[in-house]
Design a protein around this ligand. Sequence first.
Ligand code: ADP
Ligand code: MG
Length: 262
Amino acid sequence: MAKIFCVANQKGGVGKTTTTVNLAAGLAKVGQRVLMVDLDPQGNATMGSGIEKRKLELSVYDVLLESASVAEVRVQGDKLVAAGCSYDILGANRELAGAEVELVDLERREKRLKRALAEVEKDYDFILIDCPPSLSMLTLNGLCCAHGVIVPMQCEYFALEGLTDLVNTIKQVHANLNRDLAIIGLLRVMFDPRITLQQQVSEQLKAHFGDKVFNTVIPRNVRLAEAPSYGVPGVVFDPSSKGAQAFVAFAQEMVERMTIFK
Ligand code: ADP
Ligand code: MG
């Protein structure tokens, strides 16, 4: 049965999508069966996996509105298949923004994704969900089906402050909708060890959150930022880059944690 993780942080531009697609590729690379779900109407994770979002016939929108099943909607990216690093993709595009409004009046609105994923859980080791930068109905759908949340964060002055809203939302979802849910880890991303402040915040995070902070640190690396324009994650675009190596190490850390995380 798949372990399901949301990559979430209500801030934009903190590295959620980069984390989702590179972790998916890293996990595929170490032999795991992975489904990546794009829950952001921007469709960056879809594009960053080599799927043209404007040409999607079916998307995660259809899954949420129950007009198509996951098995009908999932696709693979040609470049990822060619690189031997493939994962299945539930793509997203602008259409998904409408789901927010359309779901409001429907029953079980926050459990739609959970129900749909239940049908394919046995096909995967990991299901990774890229969340939009908000605590919206879409993010709520992600949190309702997840076993854990991965929170990418930059080691900046306001990093901890920004976490409060997310932690409170996760507590509420845990109490009311999903008893399985927990933050499984904070992932330090875009890290630059030459910046003293980043080192200090990194130490504070470890002091405050202990083993909830992943051992792996993702460095700031331009190859990770260049990769999306080639329609592949950095792990595939330049496997020897520092950023790619860090994400493969992170994938291995996730696999190791799964033996403890039952
Ligand atoms: P989010 O999904 O949280 O909005 P993204 O993953 O899209 O964030 O990242 C925001 C920007 O930062 C993107 O342009 C991305 O390419 C870049 N970026 C993310 N992680 C790194 C990194 N480790 N090194 C360099 N650039 C990064
Ligand atoms: Mg994103």
